[in-house]
Design a protein around this ligand. Structure first.
Ligand SMILES: *Cc1c(COP(=O)(O)O)cnc(C)c1O
Length: 391
């Protein structure tokens, strides 16, 4: 049997899962502009703008900032593989999927990993982290700012301060936080900090903003062994990005058009303004929360630790959660996320990230959820939910 290839026309979706978020036409159009060579002087100028834009986004004027080729996970891997050598001790806070992924990577780097476990739905506890740092001269403390698997925010400032007190450097995962809530590498004095494009920046997936402090880069340059990655070896990468001496050298071919997309997403972001973007995420979160309450739905996370851009909602008793997601996709072309790990089948994850953090998205989501619940026999009023959200 033959499988003829034909042009793919994706369905038009409303993306309210844990990423990707809705991408604007201006960013999609930017990505459709002509491909040029990655060593073309015009592209190198663009690279410089992108590096400057990332430094502004991360609030990292002293850090070396680059967009790595790959998804958010590649920046995590770059951070872990470069900062850790076999035999190093790493303290990794694990309060969800992504902390667990960092710990797994640190083991693969050959490090001795001390996991600081936390219940899924709780923020990282600085006291537990401090106890782990005391116990073992750690080289690195790694943790997640915005844990997308649970919808919890941890406070990076105190955690980075603790690490410094104990002589450790920090790796902070800001994949879901960057663009949605304040991220400030300089204020936190974070060493390695990274993100993704497809969450609150609303560019297509495929690039990972990455920043490293001067002292961390120095430590990477002073390694005794080569990092267990070639593509993400920062010593090679930094010369490609023009951060080393001797100008740009070929290392890999940058995903040129993806860089156009990230660049345009940053242009749009700075046009709106950071404060306005944060306020929009917060406001739409509150609208969604009011509407969900009117539908009788509860959050998994205590109010003070909730991420506005990732809402973890408890599946009510007697409701088939997968069927609800299927209903949303089939009748509203709306995507929300399922629970992961211990939260599988127990929660939905509703993203209000970047371009998906709008009142229109909140209303569509509430209408669709209400309809899906009603179709399973729940006695809910969509009108009440919409009224609550617009109040
Ligand atoms: C999405 C995410 C990642 C991984 O990003 P990918 O682009 O899926 O590789 C890492 N950490 C957190 C907190 C995330 O939300």
């Amino acid at each position: 049997m033959s499988h003829p290839l034909k042009t793919f026309h994706p369905p038009v979706r409303v993306l309210m899962g844990p990423g990707p978020s809705d991408v604007s036409a201006r960013v999609l159009l930017a990505q459709a502009r002509p491909t040029i060579g990655h060593l073309d002087p015009a592209f190198q100028d663009l690279m410089e703008e992108v590096k400057g834009g990332l430094a502004r986004l991360f609030h990292a004027p002293e850090h070396a900032c680059v967009p790595l080729p790959g998804p958010g996970t590649c920046a995590m891997e770059a951070g872990i593989m470069n900062m850790l050598e076999p035999g190093d001790v790493a303290v990794v806070a694990v309060n969800g999927v992504f902390g667990g992924r960092m710990a797994d990577m640190a083991e693969r780097a050959g490090a001795e990993v001390v996991r600081v476990e936390q219940a899924w739905g709780q923020p990282v506890d600085p006291e537990k982290v401090e106890a782990a740092l005391w116990a073992r001269g750690a080289k690195v403390l790694a943790f997640v700012h915005a844990e997308t698997s649970t919808g919890v925010m941890s406070d990076p400032g105190p955690l980075c301060a603790l690490a410094r007190e104990h002589g450790a450097m920090t790796i902070v995962d800001c994949v879901t936080s960057l663009g949605g809530i304040p991220v400030n590498a300089a204020e936190w004095r974070a060493d390695v900090i990274y993100a993704g494009t497809q969450k609150c920046l609303s560019a297509p997936p495929g690039l990972a903003p990455f920043a490293i402090s001067p002292r961390a880069l120095e430590a990477v340059l002073a390694r005794k062994t080569k990092p267990r990655t070639w593509l993400y070896d920062l010593r090679l990468l930094m010369s490609y990005w023009g951060e080393g001496k001797g100008g740009r050298a070929y290392h890999h071919t940058a995903p040129v058009n993806a860089v156009y997309g990230l660049h345009e997403a940053m242009v749009a972001y700075f046009e709106e303004g950071e404060a306005a973007a944060f306020a929009r995420h917060q406001k739409t979160h509150e609208q969604l929360a009011s509407g969900l309450a009117a539908l009788g739905l509860d959050f998994h996370v205590a109010r003070e630790h909730r991420l506005p851009q990732l809402n973890t909602v408890i599946v009510p008793e007697g409701i088939d959660e997968a069927k609800v997601r299927g209903h949303l996709l089939e009748h509203f072309s709306l995507e929300i996320g399922a629970g992961l790990g211990p939260l599988k089948g127990k929660v939905w994850r509703i993203g209000l990230m970047g371009g998906s953090a709008s009142e229109r998205h909140v209303m569509i989501c509430l209408a669709a959820l209400g309809d899906a619940l009603a179709s399973q026999g729940s006695n809910v009023s969509v009108r009440d939910a919409l009224k609550a959200a617009s109040r």
